[in-house]
Write a protein that binds this ligand. Structure first.
Ligand SMILES: Nc1ncnc2c1ncn2[C@@H]1O[C@H](COP(=O)(O)OP(=O)(O)OP(=O)(O)O)[C@@H](O)[C@H]1O
Length: 702
């Protein structure tokens, strides 16, 4: 070939500075580009062999060598792939690749955020100029009679091309590193980058150091053709061999140049058929990739060929905590070439709580992130992954409930977060969300509704109420006919709305929990922060389902049946006592209700309406961001006084007695006792409560 000197066909004189600046944030990516070009070249050669257009030489072992040379500040990438003829170098390197790079830069130069482009694919070979002042190509095409080609370019717009000396089919790319980028010819840095991008590339990659003095010693029998023998070590003669005994010869040893170590796994687990993979394989792969010593709970092996190609493994790690602190990683690959972690355009956000690998060769990667976001195909991929996760979970719930329950506490933040983030996932999972009831038993939403279908009053028909020790207490038995009057049509209407009662803290709400248990009513436990938005969403999406905290209201179950007349009396007493209690407590917002409760040992109970409490909880969240909370305190609180309790009877009997000092004292004490059943008192209230309790006991001594 006549020596050729030419200009690269580009539009801009400044293309190299742009390449360098553009990809500055992750310019180690050139490793991935050059190694994957080598992989492609090898794949093409193997394909030609399969098609009968080329015969691979005997003992052909596809491989890519990465050779660092810190002394000479060079980095070499050598593959035994298809190679290039001079014409091909002209076409693919001088023209096409460069114009591709120009297009690429033209398209994205205005985008200021480096992360806008997810793959950097399409820049390929020229990414070498991000770190190198000069790049050489030495290549020999597989084609019969092809001549080796040498090409070089010093980062300007000029290149030189001439006959070369490369005598093996394949290509060597040599980078003469820029002074700022010498780290890339450091062996350890090279190792790190190759591991980052190339751990699962489909061709074996070997990393070595040029002119390395490192050696290793092996038995002669272990010698491979590729070993470079530096010295043959003859065994010492065994002198102490006893007479008659055959002298046992030690083997000949060879000192060889240290063999390069394979850097990658060319058959990662996700490429295998799930039926070929064992539990140990999955766990080992998980540990290797995510450096997590804990065992994952379970996993989903995705394996799809049609209508798009997608393979991967999603692991559910052990995460028994609030979702904010969970950090997952989903690694995205394209034909076993690592692209990036956590690409939220492709992988649904809630799945980022998991750990996993997804390989999707069909993904368009040389596009900006915003283009990916609006890509219908990418949306399909994302939907498919979501569906598979929901299928796995619902399937497990249906066929292996015991196992599902075992994992539930760990996966529940993830499932709930998923339901909040993804409507389709929510739809599929609604019936497979588990709720733990007061006895610690897991129930699905349909189970909960089934339980609540039974009218607690009917269930209790004929039963007496029981106290906290499970002993029967006297309950008011009223004339059915009289009670019947109040059961109008309105009550029928109300029953259509199904209420699921819940507790958020079994300790704090223990008094209510006891009352529920005594009344043989059930509630579910929803202790996590995510539960509140989650039940809001369930209510929104499932008309007729209402969640109510167990201290939100006293259900009719706790009340004795009363005649209309008695109820009217109670209403009147409520009005009067409200005035009295408000005055005693100096609290105008408090509602007071007098009720006839079945359990005569309960004197007072505080309820706070579900709506007010939810509103207050929300306000508390805003308060953390500096909002004043004072205006919302005490809203929606109702003090229920049990008319069947002697203390309340006493207050009612003496309500008009202006000289009675005990009245106010008892009102305050009843309120504090009710408040204590919900949670701790604040410091001031607690001091008052203790002093008052002491006063009451002193009074007993008189
Ligand atoms: N090691 C190699 N062996 C053989 N041909 C190569 C090699 N490296 C590059 N080429 C040729 O040069 C062309 C341009 O390479 P470049 O890396 O710029 O882009 P690409 O590989 O086509 O796309 P991508 O940017 O996605 O890698 C390739 O398509 C290939 O034909």
């Amino acid at each position: 070939m006549a020596e050729k000197h030419g200009s690269l066909s580009i539009n801009s004189e400044n293309i190299f500075p742009i390449i360098k600046k553009w990809l500055y944030s992750d310019h180690d990516i050139f490793y991935r580009e050059l190694i994957s070009n080598g992989c492609d070249a090898i794949t093409k050669l193997k394909k030609l062999d399969v098609m009968g257009e080329y015969s691979l030489p005997d003992g052909y072992k596809p491989e890519i060598q990465v050779i660092v040379n810190p002394e000479e500040k060079t980095l070499k990438f050598i593959d035994n792939g298809i190679g290039m003829t001079a014409d091909e170098v002209e076409e693919y390197i001088n023209q096409i690749a460069f114009s591709g790079a120009t297009d690429f830069i033209e398209k994205y130069k205005d985008k200021s955020d480096d992360n806008q482009i997810i793959g950097h694919f399409g820049l390929g070979f020229y990414s070498a100029f991000m770190v190198a002042d000069e790049v050489h190509i030495d290549t020999l095409s597989y084609k019969e009679g092809a001549a080796p080609v040498h090409w070089e370019c010093d980062g300007g717009t000029e290149f030189e091309m001439e006959d070369g000396t490369w005598d093996k089919v394949g290509t060597q790319i040599t980078l003469f590193l820029n002074e700022d980028c010498l780290q890339f010819c450091n062996e350890y840095k090279a190792q790190e980058v190759v591991k980052k991008y190339c751990s699962f590339m489909p061709v074996e990659i070997f990393l070595s150091r040029e002119n390395t003095p490192e050696t290793q010693t092996i038995d002669e029998a272990e010698k491979l053709d590729t070993d470079e023998v530096l010295e043959t070590i003859q065994p010492e003669k065994k002198e102490d061999a006893k007479e008659g005994e055959e002298a046992q010869e030690k083997p000949v040893r060879l000192k060889i140049k240290k063999r390069p170590v394979v850097m990658n796994d060319i058959h990662p687990l996700w490429t295998k058929n799930p039926s070929e993979c064992t539990k140990d394989d999955y766990i080992e792969f998980y540990r290797k990739v995510f450096q997590d010593y804990k065992e994952p709970l379970f996993w989903i092996h995705l394996n799809m060929d049609y209508p798009f190609n997608l393979k991967g493994i999603l692991y559910f790690p052990k995460i028994n905590m609030e979702y904010e602190s969970i950090e997952g990683t989903i690694k995205l690959y394209n034909n076993q070439v690592f692209i990036a972690d956590n690409i939220k355009e492709v992988i649904p956000e809630f799945l980022m709580l998991l750990k996993g690998v997804i390989d999707c060769p069909d993904l368009p990667l040389n596009v900006s992130r915003s283009a990916l976001q609006n890509d219908g195909f990418v949306k399909k991929i994302s939907d498919y992954i979501t569906k598979k996760v929901a299928d796995k979970l619902s399937g497990m719930c249906k066929t292996d409930r015991e196992e599902y329950e075992k994992y539930w506490d760990d996966i529940s933040p993830f499932v709930k977060f998923g339901c909040l983030k993804d409507d389709k996932f929510c739809e599929k999972m609604t019936d497979y969300i588990l709720f733990k009831n007061l006895d610690g038993k897991y129930m699905t939403l349909p189970d909960c509704l089934e339980v609540n279908k039974v009218d607690p009053d009917e269930k209790e028909e004929g039963d007496s109420a029981v106290d906290e020790n499970g002993e029967k207490v006297e309950a008011e038995v009223v004339d059915e006919a009289a009670a019947g009057e109040e059961a109008g049509e309105g009550a029928e209407e109300e029953k259509k709305e199904k209420t699921i009662y819940y507790a958020t803290d079994l300790k704090v709400q223990s008094q209510y929990v006891n009352m529920f248990k005594q009344a043989k009513m059930d509630a579910v436990v929803l202790p996590d922060q995510i539960d509140q938005p989650f039940i809001n969403q369930l209510e929104m999406k499932n008309e007729g389902i209402k969640f109510q905290r167990i201290d939100a209201d006293l259900t009719d179950t706790f009340k004795a049946k009363t005649s209309k007349k008695t109820q009217e009396e109670l209403n009147a007493q409520s009005e009067e006592l409200q005035k009295l209690v408000r005055k005693a407590l100096k609290n105008d917002k408090l509602t007071v209700k007098v009720e006839k409760l079945k359990n005569k040992k309960v004197s007072s109970v505080l309820t706070i309406s579900e709506e007010s409490r939810r509103m207050q909880d929300m306000m508390k969240m805003y308060a953390m961001n500096g909002m004043d909370m004072g205006m919302f305190g005490g809203e929606g609180e109702t003090l229920v006084l049990n008319v069947s309790h002697p203390l309340v009877e006493y207050v009612i009997a003496h309500k008009d007695d202006k000289d009675n000092k005990n009245e106010a004292l008892i009102c305050e004490q009843l309120y504090d006792l009710a408040k204590l059943q919900q949670g701790p008192l604040d410091a001031e209230a607690m001091t008052k409560f203790v002093n008052r309790s002491n006063d009451i006991m002193v009074a007993l001594t008189k």
